[in-house]
Design a protein around this ligand. Sequence first.
Ligand SMILES: CC(C)(COP(=O)(O)OP(=O)(O)OC[C@H]1O[C@@H](n2cnc3c(N)ncnc32)[C@H](O)[C@@H]1OP(=O)(O)O)[C@@H](O)C(=O)NCCC(=O)NCCS
Length: 281
Amino acid sequence: MDDPVGDSAPWAGGSDRPTLTRRERNGETWLATEPATAGADDLVAVLGPALAAARTEGATVVHWETAAPEAVVDAVAGALDLRGRRAVLQMRRPLPLEPALVEATPPVAVRPLRPGTADEEAWVRCNNRSFAGHPDQGQESVASLRAAMAQPWFDPAGFLLAEGSVPVDEGGDLDGFCWTKVHPAADDEPALGEIYVIGIDPAAAGRGLGRSLTVAGLAHLSGRTGVAVLYVDDANGPARRLYDVLGFGVHHVRWVRTTAGDDPAIDPAIEADGPDAASRP
Ligand SMILES: CC(C)(COP(=O)(O)OP(=O)(O)OC[C@H]1O[C@@H](n2cnc3c(N)ncnc32)[C@H](O)[C@@H]1OP(=O)(O)O)[C@@H](O)C(=O)NCCC(=O)NCCS
């Protein structure tokens, strides 16, 4: 759960007052600021003490996540020595998919995840294999899965699994999965259907399964929302390609800047050249 941080004193800054939320994930601290219109000086004023507090509490890797403009983000990161640099794209497309896209996609047999069964361990294995080497997602556990399943939004009907050649109930593994999440309409946003996490076991990758599972996930969401959304690291070439092919477009960029250290999230290609240079394979 996000943990709002801040105080209720009157705001004397020069721009929109930044609100900061903090969450811990897989041993790393995430600080997110809103709104995107907050200015650099005000962001430094809010973020600096939060970073210092996290470090005092023993955090070794701290990420700052924001949708602020790149120049503002660079100024804040420079002031606070946040060196790791990633661009996470929010992509969207209308639902349902065009029939031509569906017809050009081989269907895949999927079934919902069954909480409390061998599916849980099988999902953890598949997820951690698919995301090995990726920044945020490759260290899940049955405990972290159960924590997510305890959230009010969780719906096993939208957590689609593709069995491998040996079924999970016979000791086998999954070839892949597509976990979806529905966000109810809020403020000026319509209801959004998210491709929340999708992963293909590396042994089954590159054969069209990612496309088939994404299309299955979008078909599930189509009955519930009119807009599909997902987040993808700009440097994730295979995923970018998959989403481009399925008609997703970039809605906005969320920057992630990270404290220096041995953070595996820091991609030297992005660090050196900016996100666009590393976006495609
Ligand atoms: C991204 C991922 C789901 C794609 O699944 P996949 O089964 O390997 O992909 P598909 O075989 O369905 O290919 C879909 C498209 O992506 C392209 N693609 C797949 N792997 C690629 C690669 N390594 N390099 C370049 N393009 C690639 C395919 O060519 C295809 O495009 P095309 O129709 O124009 O040929 C899979 O690689 C994966 O699990 N990656 C790790 C986890 C991850 O990054 N998930 C997404 C997070 S947002």
